[in-house]
Design a protein around this ligand. Sequence first.
Ligand SMILES: *[C@@H]1O[C@H](CO)[C@@H](O)[C@H](O)[C@H]1NC(C)=O
Ligand SMILES: *[C@@H]1O[C@H](CO)[C@@H](O)[C@H](O)[C@H]1NC(C)=O
Ligand SMILES: *[C@@H]1O[C@H](CO)[C@@H](O)[C@H](O)[C@H]1NC(C)=O
Ligand SMILES: *[C@@H]1O[C@H](CO)[C@@H](O)[C@H](O)[C@H]1NC(C)=O
Ligand SMILES: *[C@@H]1O[C@H](CO)[C@@H](O)[C@H](O)[C@H]1NC(C)=O
Ligand SMILES: *[C@@H]1O[C@H](CO)[C@@H](O)[C@H](O)[C@H]1NC(C)=O
Ligand SMILES: *[C@@H]1O[C@H](CO)[C@@H](O)[C@H](O)[C@H]1NC(C)=O
Ligand SMILES: *[C@@H]1O[C@H](CO)[C@@H](O)[C@H](O)[C@H]1NC(C)=O
Length: 639
Amino acid sequence: MTSARLVVLFALLWAFGIASPFKVLLTNYDGSIVYSLGKPTNPYYVPSPGKSTAVGSYSIGKNGVNWELDFVPFTVVVLNATIITGKVIEDTIEEYKKDDVYVADFLVGLQIISLIKGAELDESAITYLKSLSLPYLLIDDRVKCSSAIGKSVKNTGIVPPGPYVGKIESGMLSLFPTYATFYDQYDAFMTGATPNDDGSYAYARIWHPEQYEIMIPYPSKLYTSLLGLAQYPLAGRRFAINDIIDLDGIITGGGSREYARLYNNPKNETAPAMAKLIALGAVPLGKTKSATFAWGAWPDQTDDIPYSWNPRADGYLGLSASSYGSAAAIAAYPELDCTIGTDTEGVLRTTWRAVEVEGIITSAITLDSVGFLTRDPVLAQTIANVWEGEAKPALAPGPFAYPKKIIYPTEWFPVNSSAAQSLIDSWIANVTTVLGMTIEYQNTSQIFQEVVGYNGTMGEWTTNVSSLNIYDKWVTMGRQFVEDYGKEFGGRYPELDVSVRTPWAESPTYTKEYYDENTERAWEFTDFINNHVIPGNNDTCSDGLWIYQIADTGGGVPEYRDRTLDYFPDFAEAMRGASIAPFAPTTDITVPIGQIPYMSAISHVEEQLAITLNFVAHRGCDLALMEFLQSMCGRWLLR
Ligand SMILES: *[C@@H]1O[C@H](CO)[C@@H](O)[C@H](O)[C@H]1NC(C)=O
Ligand SMILES: *[C@@H]1O[C@H](CO)[C@@H](O)[C@H](O)[C@H]1NC(C)=O
Ligand SMILES: *[C@@H]1O[C@H](CO)[C@@H](O)[C@H](O)[C@H]1NC(C)=O
Ligand SMILES: *[C@@H]1O[C@H](CO)[C@@H](O)[C@H](O)[C@H]1NC(C)=O
Ligand SMILES: *[C@@H]1O[C@H](CO)[C@@H](O)[C@H](O)[C@H]1NC(C)=O
Ligand SMILES: *[C@@H]1O[C@H](CO)[C@@H](O)[C@H](O)[C@H]1NC(C)=O
Ligand SMILES: *[C@@H]1O[C@H](CO)[C@@H](O)[C@H](O)[C@H]1NC(C)=O
Ligand SMILES: *[C@@H]1O[C@H](CO)[C@@H](O)[C@H](O)[C@H]1NC(C)=O
């Protein structure tokens, strides 16, 4: 800790009797505290001081007004002006109030830091500071004062600006980072997490008993506001990680209570793909729920880790497949910029191997891919460029223009709702006009029969490919898990959701020959899709974008979390659209294009159903796909 020069203390002079709004609500055994600032907002959080130490410590001597242990909400202001006027300080604080964590109640203590050595605090600044009646004021010794304002503190490095909590103990004032919180009202998270000084993460120990929900701490974006975007293009972007992916300091539960119970050591390394996001400036807020070992399941099959809630429409719609926690979180919480999920058989995906899969529980080696969900297409492009980019052999290096063709596979349309189909037709007409694209109507099955020569449908021909994870998951982790579990718990087999129990019953008899046969078929399918259905192109990477509607209910019909209310069409005639990208193994994005009304079987009123379209590109053309997404921005094409 820094042994600094003296702090300026004005308490007796200006602020006699000013009460701090700070109220400790709870002190946890690890020293983390939960507090309020007097207003009926969500509580704030300070992580364990043993793991996340003070950013600055200053001796305030025995003359300090608070010799006993006490907490003071604090504001750190970082200025970049040669003459610091009252207006400069005031405007800066006003600017900070736009942040979603910082509030005026943090202005009980104030630290002024200058990026410029020898900056001068003029008379107006002193008048302004006096008018604030602050009991604690720390001024960096790089700042010159035009008239006496007391003593300054040695500035031992730039503390990022924003809200802090000052802890006063035995004559020392120490500043700790602090967090606002939101309720996990939609049960999207397994846990919140805050960063430790050593690069690992700590469990957030905050809970909302009245609502039976955990609370998720999130840091001020001011903390990352001094990071240069060239080096940190994702500075301050808050994200959440699906629980099959490792985060240092946190147990990887894999969407299974028994797995987490058996392997209950926190991980000691963050998955490389996540570490890369963090190195680019992104900030993880915690782990989101996953279906067991990411085995896509219906909501009513997720007994083990109860399914999250969809905030949209009647609140009773599904969230699709295995990354349901990440899907709920990004839809529900504006505090998040992005969530990470995984894909094996179709939901969200980058080209296979464009993002590292180490530190992630395996599903199927030849199919697994990591993907992200975000509400912001510009951010999506940034993430794709910096996360996936950089000369990965799996990824075609850009830059590319966006593809100029929509490939419209006639067998996948119309969708099962005329309102949704009209919306799709209108949207495609608009997008092709605005972006100067053409539409190619394609009979994909006809190409399939010509190229592959199989007397049956694409769906039939690929049906066994989806079984690859029955083998891979068992060989890479399942067998070991079942064995370890039995040893630990008296020969018992672990409790598992039916979505895992059923395939694992088959796993021990699944032969390598059958596996090789299906792998071979996946590669044949890869050739068929990437050379005949969505070929490459030198200018636009992908010759066109192959579209479909992802809803398992056939499109434009609500998919309730309760399957007894749902209708599922048969995909046997062609093939489930969402399986094409994983089997090929290429990239696929889901884009919202508008909404249509439906009469809800739950709320009994008319609700709005989001309509999406999916775009599949040639393998490795993730960046061209992002170029397409980005080119639609600001043109009212994304809803
Ligand atoms: C400080 O101001 C200078 C000059 O205007 C500018 O070049 C620099 O980027 C600023 N630094 C920060 C961190 O804003
Ligand atoms: C991290 O954990 C793994 C698995 O438990 C162990 O093999 C490895 O030695 C640990 N590494 C460090 C640096 O502690
Ligand atoms: C469309 O969905 C409804 C259920 O909402 C179903 O009864 C009907 O058969 C479906 N039609 C088609 C063409 O799939
Ligand atoms: C297409 O453009 C027209 C005219 O601007 C607009 O009225 C319509 O809502 C658009 N359709 C969609 C689906 O965005
Ligand atoms: C597509 O081609 C297949 C096979 O040639 C044919 O059976 C089917 O009717 C065609 N579908 C459409 C929508 O044209
Ligand atoms: C495809 O299989 C069906 C049913 O077995 C048969 O009736 C049909 O003649 C076969 N067509 C070709 C082209 O082999
Ligand atoms: C799928 O595998 C089963 C054996 O499990 C086999 O009988 C069937 O012919 C295979 N289907 C195809 C389309 O290859
Ligand atoms: C793409 O570029 C390669 C190498 O320059 C060339 O051989 C090929 O003909 C080009 N393809 C098209 C479709 O222009």
